[in-house]
Design a protein. Structure first.
Length: 688
């Protein structure tokens, strides 16, 4: 209840008397009181005596006992002090988000009610009060009006603890913005700031993709052509049809995984295309069922001693001569044979094998790469323990050049990144290192061949990145996700042409629960069992794609490409797949983003991407931020794509604070209470 009391000795008492006579209401000079309510605050039927209404305001007159009036629950009757202040918004950003505030700044006619609406919202925005009065002063309003609003702000807005007023009451843009209030809009973890793009019929998108691929194949220009098309649009089927329709041309098709390699080769052969399937020594050993030999071969390859695999195969055949079957003996002999250059119309291989192929011998082949090759190139990273480096230095068995490099590495500061000039080791040198003994049986060869390194003293290790340059020849890349800026950074001397196919609307649904970060540490902090029990109550018992650590199946973040077993099924995608901050810095160093004397820290920030404005742990530097967010969204969209939601009427439930394409956002909490600030802090988490 708001009241005006009039002292009998006040000079303006006669003005109130005149007002009472004018509006024809009784006025009790002894009580000397008017009472005011908003209409929605009270039950008018409970008023006993004279009252009038104007513009939604109820004025109760005379000596009515207004304390007996029954008040309704209203928005500002709940203390505004219970609301958290929103920060991180400049005046320019607020004006961009609120058309009413933009009108206020333009100095045109502006009502007091609209000003009150803005004031009650800006009160809860850091710097909002200053913005309000700066704009008011710049509007060239009379000084008395500014002072009046200063009084209103202190006495009413703060003094009576008003909550943010809802837009529909005094904002002409309320229906366009479709939000409850400016404060609510800014408080949302995720909000759309751009109109959703127009969708095209599925067959139109297919025709566009087919025409784009046809043009890319026929164009002889030496360029890297990247065609970005939705998961499930039919990229594989379309390029297989193209290959089958051009028997006069030869093709190399590179896919992310061995499973997809066999699927594509089978599809091509069904269309009458003669294919050659590449196979690595390690995979051929695995097919023979020799697990101990397979494990040793993997260890050597992962350490950079792949040259030793032939030697251990020969030794294994000698030592296990009596134990091997005829099939295994024959298989090992075939692995040792040097294969001739294939002549088939189509060579089907993997991304990893493509990087090792001598493409100069296959100059007449057209190269089509299925999915983003850059994601495979970014996986060429590893670590070596500082303890192992020190042991090698203590052994005094290293060449001077290598020894000096390791000494420099040991002197690096924590989180420091550095570009390196690789030390190329020939096969003889690698074999020599390996024969020096166990202290050298680590990832030293990969470290020496790396082009960027990062020091992680917390984990007592050095991270390194080994750059692989693809040959400078025509390539066609067809992928559901690719980022032009990253391609330009990794291939600065190449001509890169991007074409993004228009998008079709999903036949199924993506329902996203975004209230929690769902980082690894968030899941660990709450408890994995608790998290997945809560999620199962929402989704029912359906397949889950999440972090490898959750043990939810063979498909997990970092390993989602090439799987089709969830096609048409409801699935849950759980998690926001961050990598270590130092890993992003390592890639940024390789891409030339790191500047001297600049601190690159991960903090909770509001970012704008893909038409959304949202909070996430990220970097301030726009290039590193783009790198980080692209890697996160690629993992999420690949996981969502496993259900083929574009063509199938299934539902994908996503539990992540990173907004996904065509998702219906549900921003209410679904897990036990957790402090938002602490949850954001723990979003910085380790490798996939």
């Amino acid at each position: 209840m708001d009241q005006i009391k009039i002292k009998s000795d006040n000079n303006f008492k006669r003005d109130i008397d005149a007002l009472a006579r004018k509006i024809k209401v009784p006025w009790d000079s002894k009580n000397s009181r008017f009472a005011f309510y908003r209409k929605e605050e009270i039950d008018c039927e409970s008023i006993q005596g004279e009252w009038i209404e104007q513009s939604g305001i109820i004025m109760i007159c005379g000596s009515i006992l207004t304390d007996n009036v029954e008040k309704k629950t209203c928005s500002h009757s709940i203390p505004g002090a219970s609301l958290n202040e929103v920060s991180g918004y400049t005046k320019e950003k607020l004006i961009q988000l609120c058309p009413l505030l933009a009108d206020f700044e333009r100095k045109g006619k502006f009502s007091n009610n609209a000003m009150f609406l803005l004031a009650t919202n800006l009160r809860f925005i850091k710097g909002g009060k200053r913005i309000f009065f700066n704009i008011l002063k710049n509007r060239d309003e009379p000084e008395w009006k500014t002072k009046k609003w200063e009084g209103n702000w202190k006495r009413d807005i703060e003094g009576k603890d008003y909550r943010p007023m809802e837009c529909k009451k005094n904002c002409k843009y309320a229906s366009d913005c479709n939000c409850y209030s400016l404060y609510q809009k800014l408080s949302m973890n995720i909000r759309r700031v751009e109109k959703e793009e127009d969708f095209y019929p599925l067959n139109v998108c297919e025709q566009e993709l087919e025409g784009c691929l046809e043009e890319a194949i026929q164009n002889p220009e030496n360029a890297m052509r990247v065609i970005v098309a939705q998961t499930g649009l039919g990229k594989t089927e379309i390029y297989c049809r193209k290959i089958a329709s051009m028997p006069e041309k030869k093709f190399i098709v590179a896919v992310p995984t061995c499973n997809l390699q066999n699927e594509v080769a089978d599809r091509l052969e069904h269309k009458g295309v003669i294919c050659y399937r590449t196979s690595s020594k390690i995979n051929n050993i695995k097919k023979l069922g020799l697990d101990d030999l397979y494990d040793k071969a993997c260890e050597l390859y992962n350490q950079g001693f792949g040259i030793m695999i032939r030697t251990i195969i020969k030794n294994y055949m000698t030592e296990h001569q009596d134990d091997l079957s005829d099939h295994q003996k024959k298989g090992l002999k075939e692995i040792l044979n040097v294969h001739k250059c294939p002549k088939e119309q189509c060579i089907v291989t993997t991304h990893a094998y493509l990087m090792m192929m001598n493409l100069d011998e296959l100059a007449d082949y057209e190269i089509i790469i299925d999915e983003d090759i850059l994601m495979s190139l970014f996986k060429r990273n590893g670590t070596i323990d500082l303890q192992d480096i020190q042991k090698m230095l203590d052994s005094h068995k290293l060449p001077k050049e290598i020894r000096n490099l390791l000494k420099k590495i040991m002197k690096m500061e924590n989180n420091e990144t550095r570009k390196l000039k690789p030390i190329a080791l020939n096969n003889h040198a690698k074999m020599g290192l390996y024969k020096k003994g166990g202290v050298f049986h680590n990832t030293l060869p990969l470290l020496l061949e790396s082009t960027s390194i990062a020091m992680d003293k917390q984990e007592r290790q050095v991270m390194f990145f080994n750059r692989m340059n693809l040959p400078n020849r025509k390539m066609i890349i067809v992928s559901a996700s690719a980022n032009k800026k990253l391609y330009q950074g990794y291939f600065p001397d190449r001509r890169i042409i991007f074409h993004t196919i228009h998008k079709a609307e999903y036949q199924g649904k993506v329902i996203q629960y975004s209230a929690h970060t769902m980082s690894r540490k968030c899941i660990e902090q709450i408890g994995a069992d608790t998290v997945f029990d809560k999620i199962e109550k929402i989704t029912g018992k359906i397949p889950v794609i999440s972090f490898k650590m959750t043990n939810k199946g063979d498909i997990y973040f970092g390993k989602t490409e090439g799987f089709d077993e969830y096609c048409g099924k409801d699935i849950a995608v759980v998690g926001t797949p961050h990598s270590k901050p130092l890993f992003y810095k390592l890639l940024a160093c390789e891409l030339g983003y790191i500047k001297k004397n600049v601190s690159y820290t991960l903090n909770c920030r509001r970012v704008v991407r893909n038409g959304y404005d949202f909070k996430i742990m990220s970097f301030a530097d726009p290039d590193i931020q783009n790198l980080q967010l692209f890697l996160i969204e690629t993992d999420l969209e690949q996981a969502i794509g496993r259900s083929r939601v574009l063509r199938k009427t299934c539902t994908v439930y996503v539990f992540s604070n990173y907004p996904c394409e065509q998702a219906e956002l549900i921003q209410t909490e679904y897990l036990p209470e957790i402090n938002d600030e602490e949850e954001m802090k723990c979003e910085e988490i380790g490798n996939t």
